[in-house]
Design a protein around this ligand. Sequence first.
Ligand code: DAH
Length: 341
Amino acid sequence: MEEILQQLEADLAKAKTLPEVEQLRVKYLGRKGSITLLAKNTDFSRLSPDEKRSFGQRLNALKNRAEEAIQEAQQRLAQQGASLGMVWSGADLSLPSSDRRFGAMHPISLIQRELEEIFQGMGFRVLSGYEVETEYYNFDALNIPPDHPARDMQDTFWLDDGRLLRTHTSANQVRALERYGAPIRAIFPGRCFRNEAIDASHENTFYQLEGLLVDRDISVAHLIGVMKTLLSAVFHREVTVRLRPGFFPFVEPGFELDVQCLICGGNGCATCKRSGWIELIPCGLVHPRVLEFGRVDTRIFSGFAFGMGLTRMAMMKFGIPDIRLFNSGDIRFYEQFPVSM
Ligand code: DAH
């Protein structure tokens, strides 16, 4: 009996978790535990009444001491847990969990959130419009004449009722001007649709982020300032930009804003097709006709607008090589963007 008790105490001293203690309780005091068996396997008929009594007493004492030792061990481990700030609920808090799964966020959502925060820091409000739009806001009010190639049946998904799936977030510009007037600072992230053949760099469903700022005395300098602030915040470093002329009916002058290639630093590589520059953000000063459509007084106000490809930005920022991954539904892709812990 003394040996069994010593063995138990030695075992308990080594136990590091509550389930280990529980295993020891079963091993010694369970239905087939060594202490239980000691009682069961003893042939009491061979003992005298005195021997029976004395054996019974010692056996009880052994059981009691074993139970006490086990309780002490449980308390010791529970206290260790408590000193780590844990409350013992009966569960073993030291066990690693078997299935550590964290949620992930779609890369478009990640970049959208980040951009929204940056723009909100510059006083822009975040607005959204309609994926199903009218021809008026998507085209006419943006000074896109009826014979413009962007209206070609091949580019636009038309609905039976004459409306369409917006081909760009620029459709929000005149809606916002009508509703909020000038001055205004707003961004409009959202999904756009074009009737395009899909390949590694073309999708019929993609995301843009439109920006619109209208105020007094707004010039190209303001546009460049905002774009540089934005790009440094997104790419976490100073970026070099240049403006090239670009034509869009709703801006005058219109530009293509290029960034010096972030991969090669401007020396020329495969990503920038050896040019050292990457075409990133079409933009310009809002065409007076667009402001007029929005009922803004062009004698007082001017503004700039830009239309970023959110999908494109996500590809650049995360190094995603194929646009088809975004809408693939492939969980192995999405899981690579875990929400930070
Ligand atoms: N809406 C244009 C497109 O989808 C992009 C664009 C160009 C937006 C110039 C603008 C802008 O706001 O000023 O191709």
